[in-house]
Each structure stands twice: as C-alpha cells, then as structure tokens.
Design a protein around this ligand. Structure first.
Ligand code: ZN
Length: 502
C-alpha cells in the first residue's frame, strides 16, 4: 500500500477500535450507575461481544501491516502523527505478544478468582482463595515471559500500568518512604494533639445539600458540566467516552461530612485530566494519560493538596454555614481543616489517610514482587502480610478479611497496579511544588475559591501532553526533576507537624 495512505487507513481503523471501546465503556458505566441487578448476565455477554470485536479489529494482522507500511514513511509525517503512530505501534506490539488462547485462560481464571474472592473475603477464609491466587501468580509469570523483561518479571507487569518504571527504581524510593512515613505516623499517634473526634462531626448531613456542595466545588474547579456529569454509585469512579463526555460518580452518606466531597474532588481531578486533552487528539490514543500514576497525581493533587488545605476551607466555610443552618456555627475553618486531615492508622487501605497511605501500597508491592519472583509462596501471604502491617503500621491484623483479602486487585489478576497510587502521591507533590513557584499567589487564589490558575498550569504541563510523553518525561519537563520523595515528604511532614504540634 502507498505509505501515505497507510497512515490514514490505520488512523480510521483505530478510530473504529476507539468507538467500540467507548461503547463498551458506556455499558460499563450504565452497569455501575443505572442497571437493575438482574441485567448483569446479559450485560456481561454484551460487553464480551463488544470487547472481542474491538480486540479482533485491533490485534488483526492487517493492523500490523498498516503499522509497518506507515512506519516505512514515518519521516514524511508531522510530529503529531509520528507520535500517534508510535503509540499505536507500542500498543499493538504489546497486544500481539499475548496469544488469544492465553487471553481466554487468563480471563477464565480471573472470573473464577473474583467469585471465590468475594466469598473468601466475606467469610475471611483465605484457604478458599489460595488455589486461585496460586493460579493467577503462575499466569502472571507466564504473561511476563510472553511480554519480555530485562531484570525481573515484575517489570513486565508494571509496564502495563506505569510505562517505563522498574522495580529497581521503585525499591529505594519505597524504602525511604516506608522509613519516614512510619516514623511520622508513630510521632503523630504519640502526640498530645491527637485527641478524639469533636462532637459536631457526629451530626447528620443532608445528602441533597452534600450533592449541591460537590457540584459547586466541581464547577469551581473547572469541571465542564456540558462535557460531563456526576452520578451516584457504590464505588466512585471516572470514565470517559470522549473528551466531551466524561462521567464521574460519588457516594453519599448522611453520617459522613467528608466522604462524598473528597470522592467528588478526587474523581473530578481525574475528569479534568480527561477533559483537558487537545481537541485534535479526540478519539485517538494521544487523548489519554501516559500512566496510572500520572492520572492519580491529578486526583490526589486536587483532593489532598487543594481540597484538604486550610485556604480551601476558609473559602467554603461561609457557603457551608448557609447550606447547613445551625450545624456549623461553632466550627471554624481550622476545625474543618484539622478533621479533613485527621490521621487514623487503619488496617484498610481505602480508609487510609495521606500520612499512612503509601505504607499500605509499599507492603503490597513488596509482597507481590516476592510472589512474582518466586521468593514467596502464595500460602505464606497471610503471615507475611500481617508481619508487614505490624512493622509499618504498628497494628495487629485480626482476620484476613481486614488483611490480605481486602483488595480486589489480585483477584482481578492485576499485579503491578498498586505502586501507581504511591507514584501519584509523589508526582502530585512535585507538580505542586513547581506550580507554587510559578504562581506565587496560588494559595491566595484558592482562599478566594479561584482555581483557574492551578487548572491552567496543569492543562499546559500535563493534560495537553496526553500520551506524547511518558510520565517521567512529563515530570522532567514540568519540574526539571526525576520522580523522587523530597517534595512529597516535605509536604507531608510540614502539614502534619503544624496540625499535630510535632
Ligand atoms: Zn484515583
């Protein structure tokens, strides 16, 4: 085929793949938000058909031929098309290393493991999950061998979530974080300022008012409701079908003042990223994030660094006093700030505060690398887990349901996913430190509820890049630094030293 024509044909084919994937994402969203539970089996079949068509179209040998033809004429393409072609080629080369028979075996093992995990967690019965965990570890080793790696099979798995990152890079970073964050958590728990929760927090908070508050904050952040919407779901998430249709969800509980808000801000941070790609990248793989860690940096920057800051609460306190008449009369912005940042060392990762969150990630990373590298038997996971929880968090694990059975990731066959949460924290702190230097009145603006300068900076340095660069390249261009712990530890230690008089 004529090489110039090859790129155009490939591009159109990839748009079709994108449309099938977007349609499948709509069905997924509907399943979480609207679908009656009896619809689940049929929905599963519909999704399987759509996903199979998307995969077949993408992984077909014709796609490979078009890529090769287009690559032969790569020099004649402009930089944006070259970037797009390279990204399509990268995805294709990874996809075709995994044979169809393996995909089927993996997917069957995963479905069985997920069902077994739901029961095992409910009954706190690790032995019921053990054979599935063993099978998934073996399958992941096989997957790593198919994908190829240099140092350790774990790196091949990590690549799916955090492209270019290796466990050799992560280990020294995580060792330092573990030491400093456990020490900080221990100092906080011994601090005289670590007093019990104030009475006002135990009030009931009207859920309609909570909903209005989340929408107000999302609007203020710059979330475009003409190109997105918020709904309720049991587990908050973000999905998108185009840059002009980005969906987020949150959950509301009357007893919890903060939960819906912080879920909304978190998912709103993800959504601003999805709404912020370049118009001309619409429908292509360039309109996506380079890694989960970079995506998570956006949600955590908005949720933790902005949403849990004193200027944020200074701005919203008068609004909240009107929203909840009589309920916050004796509560100041400092009180809201303090409660939004209360450290409660928990056994459960998803309930963890900023101070201890990375410790949950690090212990999982250490266990899953040991599993994949064959240094740990699946049967020994509960003992190893409990020992690490004792070491890092100073807690005793009473049962496996609140220990090694708590997360869905391994039952989904996802090994290599956890580190992206901690990387998100590190990236967000590095981006924030640079943004603070670039926008000297950043916090005065937040104090007035003005988030535009912050969003503009993120648009320019992160969102609009899309997948043209890896996460590390984006970070390097934006901050001049490689991923490191300095900015995050400084942020954490100064915030908590002030809050807990350390
Ligand atoms: Zn997130």
């Amino acid at each position: 085929m004529n090489p110039a024509h090859a790129f155009e044909t490939l591009h159109l084919r990839m748009l079709d793949v994108g449309h099938l994937r977007a349609a499948s994402a709509v069905l997924d969203w509907d399943q979480e938000v609207n679908m009656p539970s009896a619809g689940a089996p049929a929905r599963g079949r519909q999704l399987a058909t759509l996903n199979a068509h998307a995969h077949a179209l993408f992984a077909a040998s014709e796609t490979g031929n078009l890529i090769n033809d287009a690559l032969a004429a790569r020099d004649h393409l402009g930089p944006d098309r070259q970037a797009l072609l390279d990204e399509i080629a990268y995805d294709y080369n990874r996809a075709v290393r995994i044979p169809e028979t393996f995909v089927r075996r993996f997917s069957e093992a995963r479905s069985a493991a997920y069902q077994a995990w739901l029961d095992a967690r409910r009954l706190s019965d690790f032995l019921a999950f053990l054979p599935h965990l063993e099978a998934l570890v073996v399958l992941n080793r096989e997957k790593a061998a198919l994908l190829g790696y240099i140092d350790t099979p774990y790196d091949a798995l990590l690549e799916d979530y955090e492209r270019g990152m290796t466990s050799a890079q992560l280990k020294p970073i995580f060792d330092l974080l573990a030491r400093r964050q456990s020490a900080l958590a221990a100092r906080i728990s011994e601090s005289a300022a670590a007093v019990g929760e104030p009475g006002w927090l135990g009030q009931r908070w009207d859920t309609a008012r909570q909903w209005e508050f989340t929408e107000q904050v999302l609007r203020d952040m710059g979330f475009d409701f003409n190109a997105g919407r918020q709904d309720r779901s049991a587990h908050p998430f973000t999905t998108n079908f185009s840059i002009h249709d980005v969906r987020i969800t949150t959950r509301l509980t009357e007893e919890d003042f903060f939960s819906a808000l912080f879920s909304s801000i978190h998912e709103g941070g993800h959504a601003l990223y999805e709404q912020g790609y370049r118009e001309e990248d619409e429908g292509t793989v360039l309109a996506s994030a380079p890694s989960l860690g970079m995506h998570e940096s956006q949600s955590r920057l908005w949720e933790n660094m902005i949403g849990r800051s004193l200027p944020f609460w200074n701005h919203y306190l008068p609004y909240l006093r009107k929203q909840y008449p009589g309920q916050l009369d004796r509560v100041g912005a400092e009180d809201l700030f303090r409660e939004a940042n209360r450290v409660r060392t928990s056994l459960i990762r998803v309930e963890a505060d900023e101070c201890t969150y990375n410790l949950h990630v690090i212990l999982r990373f250490e266990l899953e690398t040991a599993l994949i590298e064959g240094r740990l038997e699946a049967a020994d996971v509960p003992g190893a887990w409990n020992e690490k929880v004792r070491q890092y968090l100073g807690l005793e694990v009473p049962d496996d349901a609140s220990g090694c059975l708590q997360d869905i990731h391994w039952s989904h066959g996802s090994f290599g996913y956890f580190p992206t949460y901690a990387l998100g924290n590190l990236y967000s702190a590095q981006l924030l430190a640079t943004m603070e230097a670039a926008i000297p009145d950043l916090w005065d603006q937040v104090n007035e509820g003005v988030f535009g300068p912050c969003l503009c900076w993120l648009r320019e340095h992160v969102h609009r890049v899309g997948r043209r660069e890896t996460a590390v390249e984006i970070l390097r261009d934006a901050t001049g630094k490689e991923p490191d712990t300095d900015a995050f530890l400084e942020y954490l230690e100064s915030k908590y030293s002030a809050l807990y008089n350390l």
